[in-house]
Design a protein around this ligand. Structure first.
Ligand SMILES: [Zn+2]
Length: 250
């Protein structure tokens, strides 16, 4: 993508940030980010990534929009019901920023197809609703040394940790057991709103090199008492995914 002076105006306020500038904007234009799930987390995350001028977004989701999604999945509107989420999201995001190249992939992420789905991707942003798929993403991320921004929500609580393979703990270091079976859980719409914004912030930081990512720090947001806490997460030296002894590392 060419960056005309006129188009740069769109990004002028973020380029004023210390350490950002034209160089940071060029890095964003060159970045390829996958948003794995375009629901409560993926909607705000992809919205801010597109607004910030990330050059390429790959949206991956296999669901269609349902009425019960609309309290939180802000890229999908009432007239999108029954439409594939990736289509609904791609349409809104390209209206927001026509300079962003968007691929809408209507597929479920599995251990078999993840290598293809994530091909050429620089950063993966978590938009999942279950730990099982997150573990598949985590394994891919560690094996291919692709940063993975993990986030999850439950009710009015949100969690975030940035996983930079081999520089900090992975998701399996944090959740060593078997992932529980996916089930429906309560969500106030603003919770994934907060966490999706935080995910986009982390992605923009990693791409531009500004700030300090939440590596080895699980951020816990509690909307009920309006607090943020941090829990230090250490690498598990025997982690089956990211340790020296694992079959996934070379
Ligand atoms: Zn690990």
């Amino acid at each position: 993508m060419e960056l005309g002076d006129r188009e740069l105006v769109r990004y002028s306020r973020q380029m004023m940030l210390r350490g950002f500038g034209l160089e940071g904007q060029k890095k964003l234009f060159s970045a390829k980010v996958a948003v794995a799930g375009i629901g409560g987390l993926g909607s705000p995350a992809s919205f801010y990534l597109a607004a910030a001028g990330v050059g390429y977004l790959r949206l991956i989701d296999c669901d269609v929009v349902e009425l019960s999604n609309l309290n939180r999945q802000i890229l999908h509107w009432s007239n999108d019901i029954d439409r594939p989420k990736v289509e609904s999201a791609a349409m809104k995001l390209s209206l927001l920023n026509p300079n962003v190249r968007i691929d809408a992939i209507n597929e479920k992420i599995t251990g078999e197809n993840i290598e293809d789905l994530m091909e050429g991707i620089d950063i993966i942003v978590d938009g999942q609703d279950n730990l099982q798929t997150r573990m598949i993403i985590n394994e891919f991320a560690v094996k291919n040394k692709v940063p993975y921004i993990y986030a999850a929500v439950y009710g009015m609580e949100g969690y975030l940790m940035t996983i930079i393979p081999h520089k900090g703990p992975c998701l399996k270091c944090m959740y060593p057991g078997e992932p529980p079976k996916p089930e429906q859980f309560p969500v106030l719409g603003t919770t994934p709103g907060v966490m999706g914004c935080l995910e986009a912030t982390e992605a923009i930081k990693l791409i531009t090199g500004i700030g300090t990512p939440a590596v080895g720090r699980l951020l816990v947001y509690d909307g009920a008492d309006m607090s943020f806490q941090e829990i230090t997460i250490k690498r598990n030296l025997n982690c089956p995914v990211c340790s020296q002894n694992s079959s996934h590392t070379n």
